[in-house]
Write a protein that binds this ligand. Structure first.
Ligand code: ADP
Ligand code: MG
Length: 156
């Protein structure tokens, strides 16, 4: 699961397939099909942690899921980022830049919504702890997050 990491990626945030992530209090910013297609085909599905930045905004901790996309009968992957930050507004159509730093766990099914939500809360806590380690913290300052001038206009 670690062989492609750290993995740098940038792309537009598109509408997902209405899993109701936001209703669970854990919205996930979905990448477009083209961005997902550009991922290494053998990258493991599961939950990862890393750094994320919307437009030219601040860099925040994130948890990310690489899963199977129900839209394509689970033959294609989906990549969804939950940024660990409270935004004032949605950011569909904006450019999300991420660096995937580490792997937390494989995908799995849960018996109840409560079990799912508590697993995600644990993933978020694990991501926060891991990302405070010096070797992970340094990626937050990576030049990758400094976008070329004039390209991104919105500020968060
Ligand atoms: P969708 O199915 O369209 O992906 P979600 O319920 O997963 O809908 O909500 C995702 C959207 O919520 C993102 O595209 C983004 O515009 C917005 N959003 C607001 N706060 C966050 C956040 N902290 N992390 C990720 N997305 C967020
Ligand atoms: Mg989503």
């Amino acid at each position: 699961a670690m062989k492609h990491l750290p993995y740098f990626c940038r792309g537009e945030v598109v509408k997902g397939f209405g899993r109701g992530s936001k209703e669970l209090g854990i919205p996930t910013a979905n990448f477009s099909e083209q961005v997902v297609e550009s991922f290494p085909p053998d990258i493991s599905t599961g939950i990862y942690y890393g750094w994320a930045c919307v437009g030219n905004g601040d860099v925040h901790k994130m948890v990310l899921s690489i899963g199977w996309n129900p839209f394509y009968r689970n033959t294609k992957k989906s990549v969804e980022t939950h940024v660990i930050h409270t935004f004032k507004e949605d950011f569909y159509g904006e450019i999300l830049s991420i660096v995937i730093v580490g792997y937390i766990r494989p995908e799995r099914n849960f018996d109840s919504l409560e079990a799912l939500i508590s697993a995600i809360q644990e993933d978020i806590e694990e991501a926060k702890r891991q990302l405070d380690l010096p070797e992970h913290l340094k990626l937050k300052e990576d030049n990758f997050f400094h976008l070329p001038e004039g390209k991104i206009v919105n500020h968060h």
